[in-house]
Design a binder for this molecule. Structure first.
Ligand code: 13P
Length: 252
């Protein structure tokens, strides 16, 4: 059975003081149970401060939104996985559609980053999802499968256990338009089936597959009720403690 995960992707929002206040507010009112795991992925500049707040909180983890694919060296502005790990980061989001489309990251870049994070013993939150034009042509499954195959296909059984998948249809990100629960379930089922073919049923059953794209308190429950939706990767609504908490309650 895949674990339930709620992950917050703050993107390029808040300054560190706001981020600390937001996490403090979230922690103050979080239910005291371990039925699900919560991952906070703030901007790089916030990580050290938020790591302090999440110390001794076993149901919370710190995540980063990106990393450099090389281990170290002359890469001005780059952030290595060792730097992240040293700060207490356990998860790194790789392959987010904003990195693919705005920063023009290639499949090769994304694959290298996945491998770098895995080699460091950390977890990857691997994002996949189709553009609207491909869904309109009925090509969403082949697009998502090709993203998965290209960046995860070469991983061993053990390495694949370090991967959480987030299905984020690009047309649903930040648009207010969400995939219907049935559209999400269909794609998540396809992804799980692909994992079982590529590795085995056990790995597929235990892989958490999150949905992301305009998840809000009002639509979260219907999405999370789907058999193969094991949680969410939340953008805008994770910047509001009340909304984020409501989404968590819809999941557990
Ligand atoms: P929104 O929840 O703002 O649509 O963002 C989703 C997302 O991109 C999470 O990574």
């Amino acid at each position: 059975m895949a674990g339930k995960i709620l992950a917050a992707n703050w993107k390029m929002n808040t300054i560190p003081a706001d981020g600390v206040a937001l996490v403090s507010e979230i922690l103050n009112q979080w239910p005291d149970n371990h039925r699900a795991h919560t991952i906070i992925c703030p901007p790089f500049t916030h990580l050290a401060f938020i790591a302090e707040l999440l110390k001794n909180k076993p149901s919370f983890s710190l995540g980063a939104q990106n990393c450099h694919h090389e281990k170290k060296g002359a890469f001005t502005g780059g952030i290595s996985v060792d730097m992240l790990k040293d700060l207490g980061v356990e998860y790194v989001i790789i392959g987010h559609s904003e990195r693919r489309h705005i920063f023009h990251e290639s499949e090769k870049d994304i694959t290298s980053k996945v491998q770098r994070v895995i080699q460091a013993g950390m977890h990857v939150i691997f994002c996949c999802g189709e553009l609207l034009k491909y869904r309109k042509q009925g090509l969403e499954t082949s697009i998502v499968e090709s993203q998965l195959k290209s960046s995860l296909g070469a991983l061993s059984d053990t390495e694949m256990k370090q991967v959480t998948i987030a299905y984020e249809p690009v047309w649903a990100i930040g648009t207010g338009e969400t995939a219907s629960p049935q559209q999400a379930q269909n794609m998540h089922k396809t992804i799980r089936h692909w994992i079982s073919k590529q590795w085995n049923n056990d790995i597929a059953d235990k892989c958490s597959i999150l949905y992301g794209g305009s998840v809000k308190p009002g639509n979260a429950k219907a999405l999370f009720m789907q058999t193969d939706v094991n949680g969410g990767l939340i953008g805008g609504a994770s910047l509001n403690a009340q909304d984020f908490k409501a989404i968590y309650h819809a999941m557990i």
